[in-house]
Structure formats: C-alpha cells, structure tokens
Design a protein around this ligand. Structure first.
Ligand code: FMN
Length: 172
C-alpha cells in the first residue's frame, strides 16, 4: 500500500516528528498548509497534529477533507504537553467527527514548550492556565516550559507502517 504523512503544527515539534517518520519510512510528508496536500492519492495516511487549547490543530482540515480521507487506513499522532491519558483521548475524540475518531489508530507523542518562542499574550494565557491546572506537574510544565520530544517514541508508528506496507492490495 502507498501512504503519506500530513501534519499540522505551530512551534516545530509536530513537523520534526513528521520528518523523522518520513526519514524512517520513505513516505512523502506534507504540511497541510501546502495546497498540494491531497490525501485521496494515497491508500493510507498518517496524520500528525499538535494539541493547542485542548484541541487538535488539524481538526478543520480533517473536516474539510473528510470525503478524501474516507475508506483510507489512518494513523493519527497527536503532539502535546500531556502524555497518554484519558484527558488526552478525550481532547482527540472531541476534535473529530465520532465516526472518524472510531476508525483511527491514535499514537500519543509528547512535544515541547519554549516560552521564548511564544508571544507575550500566549505566555499570560499559559500562566493563568497553570494557576488553574489541578495536576501539579502539568501546572509546572505550563509555567516553566518543557521538552519531551523523543525520536524513539515514533517506533509504534514505524511498526504500523511496516504492517501496512506488507498488506497486499486485493486485485480489483
Ligand atoms: C498556546 C498553547 C496551548 C497549549 N495547549 C495545550 C493543551 O491544551 N494540552 C496539552 O497537552 N498541551 C498543550 N500545549 C503544549 C503543546 O501541545 C506543545 O507545545 C506541542 O509541542 C506543540 O506542537 P508544535 O510544536 O508542533 O506546535 C500548548 C502549547 C501552547 C503554546
């Protein structure tokens, strides 16, 4: 089967993961801002998206491309401060049409937050968020920043791609 990677990110970590996956698999990689990014040309797709304000940043592109994505095998990797957890699964599910959400393989990857790269406004929002966050570690991360980017964490995606590539496409 042939596949491709489509990603949406803002501060660089989702793009970094997309490029690492591309290097490891040989799959082409597209930023969703690229008008040439057309998922209908591929039998399976890997969608990568950062989580900002409890939502997948790729959600609008997914809705706009729903018909092109239907019937294709899909992996979705999210990139967030939060690690794998019920709350992360909820943010992912709430960002997607339910039928679509039920048909993806979700892999949770962790990103980074460098306060020197975000605007003054965003720093204030993060500061207020940290005051209200009931999770002490997440609150500290929000206030001071973090770097949880880990190249090794893409391994489950590489494994899935191997399985897809070994799958014969039935003759039509
Ligand atoms: C404004 C802002 C909002 C964020 N909101 C969340 C959030 O709701 N949940 C979370 O787990 N991480 C959140 N993060 C952390 C990002 O998911 C993390 O920085 C990620 O690496 C961003 O991906 P990118 O570098 O591809 O843009 C937020 C970061 C910023 C700057």
């Amino acid at each position: 089967m042939n596949g491709a990677i489509f990603f949406s990110g803002k501060y660089g970590s989702t793009e970094q993961y997309a490029k690492w996956i591309s290097e490891a698999t040989g799959l082409p990689v597209f930023d969703i801002k690229d008008p040439m990014a057309d998922p209908s040309k591929y039998e399976y797709v890997i969608l990568g998206s950062s989580i900002l304000y409890f939502k997948l940043t790729i959600r609008k592109w997914i809705r706009a491309n729903l018909s092109k994505l239907q019937g294709r095998t899909k992996i979705l990797f999210s990139v967030s401060g939060a690690g794998e957890s019920d709350k992360l699964n909820r943010w992912v599910a709430d960002s997607l049409p339910s039928e679509f959400a039920s048909k993806i393989e979700h892999v949770a990857l962790r990103g980074k937050l460098d306060h020197s790269k975000v605007s003054w406004w965003v720093r204030q929002i993060l500061w207020m968020g940290s005051l209200m966050n009931p999770d002490p570690q997440a609150s500290k991360d929000e206030r001071h920043g973090f770097d949880h980017v880990d190249k090794n964490s893409i391994q489950p995606i590489i494994k899935l791609v191997k399985q897809f590539n070994d799958t014969e496409v039935p003759a039509s």
